[in-house]
Design a protein around this ligand. Structure first.
Ligand SMILES: Nc1ncnc2c1ncn2[C@@H]1O[C@H](COP(=O)(O)OP(=O)(O)OP(=O)(O)O)[C@@H](O)[C@H]1O
Ligand SMILES: [Mg+2]
Length: 214
C-alpha cells in the first residue's frame, strides 16, 4: 500500500459530531469527482456489522479482553475486505472511528494493557494506517447535551450502552482522545467541536486540502 494513502479517520467521544463530519467530508471530496468510501467501526462488512450489534448491546458484560478481541475481529475483516481493496483502487476512505477509539475505549476505559493493545491493533491493521485523523474535541457538557437531544429527537431510550454513560465516562473519553493527539501529532489534528457543524467541516477541509495537496 502506498505510504500516503487517501485514508482519513474521524475520532472522538460520543456525540461530538463524527458522523456529521464524515458525511460532510465525503460530500466535499465527491464534489471534486473523487470516489469515496464512507464506512464506520465497528462495522463495514456483514460480519463486522454483526459484531457491532453484539459489541454495542452485549448479552452479558464482556471482559476488557473480550471487548478488544471483538472490535479487532471486526477490524481485520473490515481492513482486509473493504478498506484495503478500496484504497488499492485509488478510492478515498473515510472511517467514522478507527484504532484510536480502541486505544481510548479498550485501553483507557476498559484497562487493557497498552502492550497487548498495541500488538493486537498492529495485527488487525497489518500496516493499513490512516494518513490523517481528526479528533473532535469539545467540553463534556456540550457532548452530553447533544447525545441527550439526539436521543430525544429519535425518541429512543438510549441508543447504546455508551450513550447513557456517566459524566465521568465522557470526561475520560475526552482525556483519552487528547492523549492520542499528543501521542501522534503528525497524524492527528484536533478540531474544536464546540463550533457549528459548518465551521468544524470548514476547518477539517482546510487540513485535508493541505495534507493531501488538493
Ligand atoms: N457542531 C455541532 N454543533 C451542534 N450540533 C451538532 C454538531 N455536530 C453534530 N451535532 C448534532 O449532535 C448530535 C450528535 O452528532 P453526531 O451523531 O454527528 O455525533 P457522533 O460523534 O457521530 O456521535 P456517536 O458517537 O454517538 O456516533 C446530532 O444530533 C448532530 O446533529
Ligand atoms: Mg456517529
Amino acid at each position: 500500500m502506498p505510504q500516503f494513502s487517501r485514508f482519513i479517520s474521524i475520532e472522538g467521544g460520543e456525540g461530538v459530531g463524527k458522523s456529521y463530519l464524515s458525511h460532510g467530508l465525503q460530500t466535499r471530496l465527491q464534489q471534486l469527482q473523487y470516489e469515496v468510501l464512507l464506512t464506520r467501526e465497528p462495522g463495514g462488512t456483514p460480519l463486522a456489522d454483526s459484531v457491532r450489534q453484539i459489541f454495542l448491546n452485549p448479552p452479558e458484560k464482556p471482559t476488557a479482553l473480550a471487548e478488544l478481541f471483538l472490535v479487532s475481529a471486526a477490524r481485520t475483516q473490515h481492513v482486509q475486505k473493504l478498506i484495503r481493496p478500496a484504497l488499492d483502487l485509488g478510492r478515498w476512505v473515510i472511517c467514522d472511528r478507527f484504532y484510536d477509539s480502541t486505544r481510548v475505549y479498550q485501553g483507557d476505559l476498559a484497562g487493557v494493557d497498552s502492550k497487548v493493545l498495541e500488538s493486537v491493533i498492529a495485527m488487525s491493521v497489518e500496516g493499513c494506517h490512516p494518513a490523517q485523523t481528526f479528533v473532535l474535541d469539545c467540553p463534556t457538557d456540550i457532548a452530553m447535551d447533544r447525545v441527550q437531544k439526539r436521543t430525544k429527537q429519535l425518541q429512543l431510550e438510549a441508543t447504546n450502552r455508551y450513550d447513557e454513560g456517566s459524566r465521568e465516562m465522557y470526561e475520560s473519553l475526552r482525556k483519552g482522545y487528547l492523549k492520542r493527539v499528543a501521542e501522534f501529532p503528525e497524524r492527528i489534528v484536533r478540531l474544536d467541536a464546540s463550533q457549528t457543524p459548518e465551521q468544524v467541516l470548514d476547518d477539517a477541509w482546510a487540513h485535508v486540502k493541505q495534507c493531501f495537496k488538493l
